[in-house]
Design a binder for this molecule. Structure first.
Ligand code: LIP
Length: 292
């Protein structure tokens, strides 16, 4: 189960015990998330300026574009018009508690560097939490023509432009880490990147190979779709992983922090169940949770 209480803070109404929504309401949340992610994903393609201006946030490599900010506002406006009492937590600064007990966790462009360079691995990622539990998630990957989606207890799916019906997702049934393809990502500070590079030297010799897509939400959906066997990263934000973690879990992957609890802003890993303990042991031996 993907829990985001650490991100919401004790004062957030979502942290209180709210009655769970009816099945119908939860299907409606997923339907809204799918429609909005698809609409805004299309906008990010069709309305991309010829000259895309980027500025930096936490470091010279942590880029943000005007499209990140515009997209976040569009997502909030579209959802608020349908659900005016909900809360929002967004990468580009939105933090509204609402009072319905439902919180939308938004990364308007996950993989901003890829969007800036016109590489296709970027997404509109929308997670929906009731209380502090993520109950639905959508990862729209516009430049690859696919939308990953799922809801708690109802499975994970991929809709694509090339197929009429959505395909159910099942993670790989890998059993040996040495024959596993593992995705990961890196932070934005020089100091943390140097630490993460050292961790890589202790991981790479023990797996088939590594992949670095540049977007946590895409990495998590690749685990769900069986395109990689596992994924780990240190130092994400809830908006990077909320939707993708639910989708991966609903596809049968194990998703947790390095200690078996829900994923956190320190560590997240997701993998086929058959390699989870072996991958976790390798990451703990590599001190993958010791980054600063
Ligand atoms: C990205 C994450 C990715 C990480 C990148 C970056 P952003 O999020 O999704 O996993 O490795 O460094 O943080 O900043 O593009 O929304």
């Amino acid at each position: 189960m993907v829990d985001i209480s650490s991100a919401l803070g004790p004062e957030h109404p979502g942290v209180l015990n709210f009655p769970s929504l009816s099945e119908l309401d939860r299907e409606e949340l997923l339907r809204i998330a799918r429609t909005v992610a698809s609409d805004v994903g299309r906008f990010l393609i069709t309305d991309r300026p010829k000259e895309l201006h980027a500025s930096v946030k936490s470091s010279p490599t942590d880029v943000v574009t005007e499209m990140d900010r515009i997209a976040e506002q569009r997502i909030i406006a579209k959802i608020s018009s349908r659900r005016p009492h909900d809360g929002f937590l967004g990468e580009e600064g939105t933090s509204q508690s609402g009072f319905s007990g439902v919180t939308w966790i938004i990364d308007p462009i996950d993989g901003t560097t890829n969007y800036l360079y016109r590489l296709p691995m970027w997404s509109v990622s929308i997670g929906v939490a009731v209380g502090t539990t993520v109950v639905a998630g959508v990862v729209e990957v516009p430049a690859m023509g696919v939308q990953y989606f799922g809801s708690l207890g109802k499975g994970a799916w991929m809709a694509s432009q090339s197929k009429t019906d959505a395909q159910i997702l099942t993670c790989r049934d890998s059993s040996r880490l040495a024959q596993s393809l593992v995705a990961t990502g890196f932070g934005y500070s020089e100091h943390r990147r140097a630490q993460q590079a050292l961790i890589l030297t202790q991981v790479l010799p023990h797996v088939r190979d590594l992949r670095r897509s540049g977007a946590a939400s895409v990495d998590l959906c690749w685990v769900a779709a069986g395109l990689v066997d596992g994924y780990y990263e240190y130092g994400l934000h809830p908006w990077d992983y909320a939707a993708g973690a639910l989708i991966a879990e609903e596809a049968g992957a194990r998703v947790a922090d390095l200690y078996g609890g829900p994923p956190t802003e320190r560590t997240i890993m997701a993998s086929a169940p058959g390699i989870f303990d072996e991958l976790r042991a390798l990451l703990l031996a590599a001190n993958a949770d010791s980054c600063t």
